[in-house]
Write a protein that binds this ligand. Structure first.
Ligand code: SF4
Length: 374
């Protein structure tokens, strides 16, 4: 059970131990890690010992796994097409998995189920292979515009102060004519980004929620104020910005909190620097709910009514979702009539009811996103 996280934030994150696969000590990521955490002992191993994944080592093996950092080579492809969700409109996105799992602790995090059998916090050392693979893909399809994100099975920036991943990859992506790299985060640790020149090729985006939701359910993440301050710093350093209202949570008085948050964003950042906004309501699965009940027994996210969709995910009842999206869209449009807004993992029917249209295919939405001029 993960009950009392208090006010600790991700800047206080310290793995309990660092394991390094023999060979990975030659990597830049290892050098960065040692420089950032010199006091932590390092154990060299040939492979991750099974006991690290043994549920009997703890009554919270997932939480325990997050505090054990394993640096290893990635085997297989780094780049994958985002799997999307069955029956929902997809935005034609590619993902790079440079790490697996996340040091922060959101009660609703789907990784708790997705990585339940493999929770060790892994960072991949062979960034050179990642860059070669991306280079091969981007140069083979110069006429196709790619959107690539790194935040699918980890947070894009939470580990950055320790591993310096952003400094390894941004200089490469900044030189590519046919890509936008998205770094999606709930952290405010953007310091490594500020001295680099993204040349219009990098979007730094934040998952946004009112402070009330952050306090209750996004443990160890940056506060709303810190996320906005980090966004301003990135804007000043030449980055494009993105904001993801995801998951939007319904509770008594949610409207006032979300409206205030939307207004605050547009008051603090330059609207023309916003590449995109997305909206998605709280989603979970029956399995994830069981895990949440055990790990976060005091969360209130389990109490609202949700229905099971064709993709196996539970969401609020459709009319409520549409109402929530329409309200959010109204507040966004009041601040910026033209900013690009899309829905994450929603059906065509919901798109039509919210926007009056639905992208005819995933390519159309992908192209709209790729061709935005910011
Ligand atoms: S920041 Fe994202 S990846 Fe990390 S715990 Fe929260 S939801 Fe999961």
């Amino acid at each position: 059970m993960f009950s009392c996280l208090g006010k600790r934030a991700v800047q206080d994150f310290r793995p309990e131990e660092i394991l390094v696969e023999v060979g990975s000590e030659k990597s830049r990521i290892f050098t960065n890690l040692r420089r950032a955490l010199p006091e932590l002992p390092v154990t060299f191993v040939d492979q991750l010992h099974p006991y690290a994944e043994d549920p009997s080592v703890s009554n919270d093996p997932f939480g325990k796994g997050k505090r054990r950092l394993f640096l290893q080579r990635h085997r297989g492809d780094f780049l994958k097409k985002c799997p999307g969700s069955d029956g929902q409109v997809c935005c034609n996105y590619f993902v790079i998995n440079f790490a697996s799992n996340c040091p922060m602790e959101c009660s609703y995090c789907y990784l708790q189920e997705y990585l339940a059998d493999n929770p060790t916090l892994k960072v991949f050392s062979n960034v050179g292979d990642l860059i070669s693979e991306a280079d091969e893909l981007l140069s083979r399809h110069r006429r196709f515009f790619f959107r690539i994100g790194t935040g699918e099975i980890t947070d894009s920036l939470a580990l950055d102060p320790y591993i310096g991943f952003s400094s390894e990859v941004i200089p490469f992506f900044a030189e590519q004519p046919n890509v936008l790299l998205e770094l999606k985060t709930k952290s405010h640790r953007v310091e490594n980004l500020l001295g680099l020149n993204p040349k219009g090729r990098v979007v730094v985006s934040w998952s946004m929620n009112p402070q009330k939701v952050i306090d209750r359910d996004e443990h160890l993440t940056a506060s709303l104020e810190e996320r906005l301050a980090a966004a301003r710093r990135c804007q000043e350093a030449g980055y494009k910005l993105g904001f993801h209202f995801d998951p939007i949570v319904e509770y008594p008085g949610w409207e006032k909190d979300y409206q205030t948050m939307v207004e605050e964003i547009f008051a603090k950042v330059e609207r023309r620097r916003i590449a995109w906004l997305s909206m998605g309501v709280l989603r979970n699965t029956p399995g994830l709910k069981r895990i949440m009940r055990k790990r976060f027994p005091s969360t209130q996210l389990l109490s609202g009514e949700q229905v099971l969709g064709p993709d196996g995910k539970m969401r609020y009842f459709q009319p409520l979702r549409v109402e929530m999206y329409r309200k959010m869209l109204r507040w966004i449009r009041a601040a910026s009539p033209t900013v690009f807004v899309y829905l994450c993992m929603e059906s065509k029917e919901v798109w039509e009811q919210v926007f009056g249209f639905a992208p005819s295919c995933e390519k159309e939405l992908g192209n709209r996103l790729a061709n935005l001029e910011v």
